[in-house]
Design a binder for this molecule. Structure first.
Ligand SMILES: [Mn+2]
Length: 331
């Protein structure tokens, strides 16, 4: 599948709805807003004298935006399901979402859509749309960057800021193993537009007070399996309430655990709604955590994966250890 085919589909379409995954992060938001801005420039360039031909592009999500988005005025471009409705959608485009469940109730929009497109970088992607583009790169934002050429649009500071937000979100500010020479080449182009990279980094990674309390708690009480080189922590709702931790203040904790010297795999577990727990797995060795995520019905990448399960936390931790042990003995 070529990305050009998706660009051609978009060029043909009139009513376009973009959507992103729940528990939205800098990558899905950055990628979606960047694509929206690219299509806005495309409209202005090609149809400014024929308004009737302009594409109607909207961005909808079945969730709240994370707190850091308060920094960006473009948050006003985002609409929320189920308040958002549109009949006769030509294209519904899911961005950065490995399976259809990830977009939550916005998936219902498919009923009114002629075609659905899926653009993502997770190798576990289930290819649920009519047209699927899945490429194993650092971030979906890295894929969206290539639409600039396909739509013949010049990169500007506003678009660059959102692509940069996406790339630093998914690469941990260029520290994860998913960083390639291409990631830096693209980032170099983004920085040339004069974006304030330091400010965007602060906005995304700045430590809030709730996060500081959580870091204290996790660093004091995480557990380790020495043989497996595995660090893990389970955050209950009760604990989260006691420490007054906001919903998106738990992001990045599995990376925090993986940063510990001598640790090769990590798990951050937390209570989710409807009696479920959410797990985030990370690895920096030959452990394949995508496989483990998939054993719970989730997935992601070899070195970063997630899942939701109704099993109890102790059981989940036991099962993850078993899986790691299996992989370790296979090596
Ligand atoms: Mn992503």
């Amino acid at each position: 599948m070529e990305l050009k085919r998706i660009a051609d589909e978009i060029k043909e379409a009139q009513n376009i709805v973009l959507t992103i995954h729940v528990n939205s992060d800098g990558d899905c938001i950055g990628a979606a807003l960047a694509l929206m801005l690219i299509l806005d420039r495309y409209n202005k360039k090609n149809f400014s004298d024929k308004i009737y031909k302009m594409k109607n592009v909207r961005l909808v999500l079945d969730d709240k935006l994370p707190k850091f988005m308060e920094h960006f005025k473009e948050r006003a471009l985002v609409e929320y399901y189920p308040n958002f409705q549109m009949e006769n959608i030509d294209l519904l485009i899911a961005i950065d979402s490995a399976n259809i469940e990830r977009i939550g109730n916005a998936a219902e929009l498919r009923k009114n859509a002629k075609k659905m497109i899926n653009i993502d970088h997770h190798i576990s992607n289930t290819k649920y749309a009519d047209i699927n583009y899945v490429e194993n790169v650092s971030s979906t934002s890295e894929i969206i960057y290539r639409f600039l050429d396909l739509f013949d649009i010049e990169l500007d500071k506003e678009i660059a800021s959102f692509l940069y937000l996406g790339i630093i979100n998914d690469t941990g500010n260029f520290t994860h193993s998913n960083v390639t020479p291409e990631t830096f080449l693209i980032s170099s182009e983004l920085i040339k537009t004069g974006i304030d990279n330091s400010e965007i980094t602060d906005v995304l990674f700045g430590v809030t007070l709730g996060k500081a309390r959580l870091l204290g708690e996790v660093y004091r009480n995480f557990e380790i399996d020495k043989e497996l080189k595995f660090a893990y922590y389970y955050l209950s709702d009760k604990k989260a309430e006691e420490l007054k931790i906001g919903r998106d203040e738990t992001d990045g904790m599995s990376e925090t655990l993986l940063d510990l010297v001598g640790i090769e795999a990590s798990l951050f577990l937390k209570d989710e709604k409807e009696e479920k727990v959410k797990g985030s797995l990370r690895s920096k060795s030959s452990y394949d955590v995508n496989e483990i995520g998939m054993s719970f019905g989730g997935g992601g990448h070899k070195k970063a994966a997630g899942f939701n399960t109704a099993e109890n936390p102790e059981k989940v931790i036991g099962k993850v250890k078993e899986e790691l042990k299996k992989q370790l003995t296979k090596q």
